[in-house]
Design a protein around this ligand. Structure first.
Ligand SMILES: NC(=O)C1=CN([C@@H]2O[C@H](COP(=O)(O)OP(=O)(O)OC[C@H]3O[C@@H](n4cnc5c(N)ncnc54)[C@H](OP(=O)(O)O)[C@@H]3O)[C@@H](O)[C@H]2O)C=CC1
Ligand SMILES: CC(=O)N[C@@H](CCC(=O)OP(=O)(O)O)C(=O)O
Length: 312
């Protein structure tokens, strides 16, 4: 039995990692006394006891815990956004390419991807690598997230008595913390324009990438490449070209994947075949956070990657 310590177990991401791991046959969670959750020496003791510590903390607190882990030579899976392009860290997106799972398995420090980059990178990277989309292109990414993406603070606003928008765009000073991660891991030369938004629903996410092709390339070719690349990935579904699978079709909603570790990719083509939109749908707390974290833990610890990744 392997042991996992979740630093930040009472937060949105931490709670969902814990709820998943309760059903894991080969991992037991070692918990910190809630009264000592900020006690450095208690954290140190648990980190030393654990095979892997998962950080589900705000960025500044994650930095402190990583400093502690370095002192004790412990393994870390960090769900914060601090280390996603940092030297010495492996990016915890197993589907990134054929070598990524092995890198995650052997790494001391793994960084769990951000929810928005998960969709954008899985859509863009293989198409750029195949030469079907230009690495130096001008990309725009629009996305909508459930309010749980903002952690306990935003959940409290939406579920409390505050006035909250049914829909609100943000990131409008173009410095969202996910931009560097999207640029690096998708292989873009230029920073994309990214307009995230939040809606009055708890979980779910859609990420849209408008595409204008040049030359001979068609949307059908983009679709065929994505279907080929992710054919063997358990958690990535590529819908048929122009197909919207949704309980609310013809609307495309952020829903249906809640509490799962699945991501659904769609290629929607205009009749001319040369323009359209790429779409990723996922649960921001599932494949966008806690599901992905459990998938990474499984890979780090040598278990089948699909154990306990969905909420029971
Ligand atoms: N929500 C999401 O969809 C996603 C979040 N993430 C990342 O996961 C991390 C956690 O986010 P999220 O779960 O949303 O945030 P929450 O605010 O919901 O949870 C953070 C938790 O950390 C606790 N905490 C704060 N400081 C410390 C500390 N020094 N030691 C121990 N515990 C501490 C908080 O306790 P208290 O409430 O008492 O302050 C709280 O329970 C963030 O870095 C975020 O970027 C990643 C992917 C998606
Ligand atoms: C709705 C909302 O506020 N979302 C968060 C992203 C949440 C997430 O998954 O990103 P991290 O892992 O980087 O925290 C935001 O835009 O900052």
């Amino acid at each position: 039995m392997k042991k996992v310590f979740i630093d930040g177990e009472t937060g949105t991401t931490g709670l969902q990692v814990r709820e998943r791991l309760i059903h894991h046959p080969d991992i037991s969670v070692i918990s910190i006394d809630p009264a000592k959750k900020r006690d450095v020496e208690e954290k140190r003791r648990l980190m030393k006891e654990a095979d892997v510590t998962v950080l589900c903390l705000p960025d500044e607190a994650a930095k402190d815990s990583v400093a502690l882990a370095k002192e004790e030579n412990c393994r870390i899976l960090d769900a914060s956004s601090v280390h996603r392009i940092a030297d010495g860290w492996v990016y915890g997106l197993p589907e990134l390419d054929a070598s990524q799972r092995n890198k995650i398995h052997t790494a001391q420090f793994v960084s769990n991807p951000g929810c928005y980059p998960t969709g954008a990178v899985l859509l863009l990277k293989p198409l750029i690598e195949a030469g079907l989309l230009p690495a130096d292109g001008d990309y725009s990414i629009n996305a909508v997230s459930g309010y749980s993406g903002g952690g306990n603070a935003l959940i409290d606003r939406y579920e409390g008595n505050d006035q909250t928008p049914v829909y609100g765009a943000y990131g409008l000073s173009f410095n969202h913390k996910h931009l560097p991660e999207m640029k690096v891991w998708a292989g873009l030369h230029k920073t994309p324009i990214f307009v995230p938004s939040v809606g009055n629903f708890r979980q779910g996410m859609l990420t849209f990438l408008p595409i204008h092709l040049k030359g001979e390339t068609t949307m059908a070719q983009l679709h065929a490449k994505l279907a080929e690349v992710y054919a063997k990935d358990t958690f990535v579904t590529v819908n048929d070209l122009n197909l919207i699978i949704d309980n609310a079709a013809p609307f495309l909603t952020p829903h249906d994947l809640e509490n799962t570790n699945q991501i659904e990719l769609s290629v929607l083509s205009e009749p001319n075949g040369q323009s359209g939109v790429l779409v990723a749908k996922l649960d921001n707390l599932g494949k966008g956070a806690s599901g992905a974290a459990v998938q990474n833990l499984n890979i780090m610890l040598g278990f089948a990657e699909d154990i306990a990744v969905n909420l029971a």
